[in-house]
Design a protein around this ligand. Structure first.
Ligand SMILES: [Zn+2]
Ligand SMILES: [Zn+2]
Length: 354
């Protein structure tokens, strides 16, 4: 009996839950113990305190707002949104490249040995900066039903992800007024192996892990807008925080500069300059995508049929207000379903993959 006849279920795949954060654009108020304690006080050049000793309640509208809006790098924040998808693309390419080179493969030969699959979601943090959650999985060359090569271990994938996350960068177009900004992922990289290692308790562990994110998203729902924002007047009347309004104004202002024309910032004011896909996945994560897109569209008040939903319908509706956890849940649930099917197949007398 060849190895192909024994389903090595997807449970054995190296699978990581990765969070890639946005860089810092300046200190913002945060929840938790004490916001931003500073022993020696001090003020910025605008006369605002550099620290904050408050213990903000979880519902405090100050959370996510800059300590000093005049110090805060609004240009950087908006331009980050305009480049985050490109940075993600470079990250994925670099992970593949690193995996290949770590086992002595040329990059072009990678696809003959393994396939890197992912499901990712862009999510707004409290400071209204997009960060990325993703499930990254390593399969054999034929995808989820194919076992990864022997070298395809969780440790090797983790090393590649960590190295790539720290290394990839993207440059903004040069602007006489803004200059050139080089973006990397923020320092708070989170990489965790996901274990769905049996049809029993392992599944529960994954479910509990994912549920934590679902709960977090639901409880942190913020107020926002689903209004159309296409003019300066729309920005002035949008029911958003001053922080978000300033981000919108920054989209408007930078969007008028010829060097940023390709970023179409005035078209993407509603998403604060982020024009990428909110939900993306590689081919292997396919079954639940359409459903999630439909759910997301409903979530923000649209009722189009799923096939008609495009990312241009997506709006900034507040931080922590996210279908992201659902996507991650679905990505994992899909794996778990394949595991169960494989386990059922292999437990039948004379069974096995066809
Ligand atoms: Zn504070
Ligand atoms: Zn200041």
């Amino acid at each position: 009996m060849g190895g192909k006849n024994v389903p090595t279920a997807v449970r054995n795949r190296p699978r990581l839950f990765v969070t890639l954060t946005a860089p810092s654009f300046g200190p913002v108020h945060r929840a938790g113990e004490r916001c931003r304690p500073r022993r020696d006080g001090g003020a910025c050049e605008h006369g605002r305190p550099l620290g904050c000793g408050t213990e903000h309640a979880a519902t405090d509208p100050l959370i996510g707002q800059p300590l000093c809006p005049d110090c805060y790098d609004y240009n950087g924040h908006v331009l980050w949104h305009a480049h985050a998808s490109k940075l993600w693309d470079r990250f994925v390419i670099d992970v593949r490249r690193r995996l290949a080179s770590s086992v002595g493969l040329v990059q072009s030969g990678f696809a003959d040995h393994a396939r890197l699959s992912f499901a990712r979601v862009a999510e707004y943090q409290k400071r209204a900066a997009v960060h990325v959650h993703a499930v990254i999985r390593l399969d054999g060359p034929d995808g989820p039903t194919d076992e990864p090569p022997a070298w395809g271990t969780t440790d090797r994938l983790t090393d590649a992800v960590r190295a790539s996350a720290g290394r990839v960068l993207v440059r903004t177009p040069y602007s006489p007024s803004v200059g050139e900004i080089v973006f990397r992922w923020g320092a708070q990289l989170d990489v965790r192996p996901l274990h769905a290692d049996s049809a029993g308790s392992g599944d529960d562990a994954v479910a509990a892990y994912v549920a934590k994110y679902v709960t977090k998203g639901a409880s942190e729902t913020g107020a926002g807008t689903d209004h159309k924002v296409t003019t300066r007047a729309d920005i002035d009347t949008a029911p958003v925080s001053e922080h978000v309004r300033t981000l919108m104004r920054t989209c408007w202002r930078l969007g008028g500069l010829p060097e940023y024309a390709s970023l179409r910032l005035r078209t993407w004011i509603h998403s604060l300059g982020y024009r990428g896909h909110i939900l993306t996945k590689s081919r292997a994560y396919s079954t639940t995508y359409a459903a999630l897109r439909a759910e997301r569209a409903q979530h923000v008040g649209h009722t189009e049929i799923p096939g008609a939903v495009t990312d241009s319908h997506w709006r900034y509706v507040g931080s922590g207000h996210t279908p992201g956890a659902a996507l991650i849940a679905a990505g994992v649930a899909e794996d778990v379903a394949i595991n169960r099917a494989a386990a059922a197949e292999s437990s039948q007398p004379g069974g096995g993959a066809v």
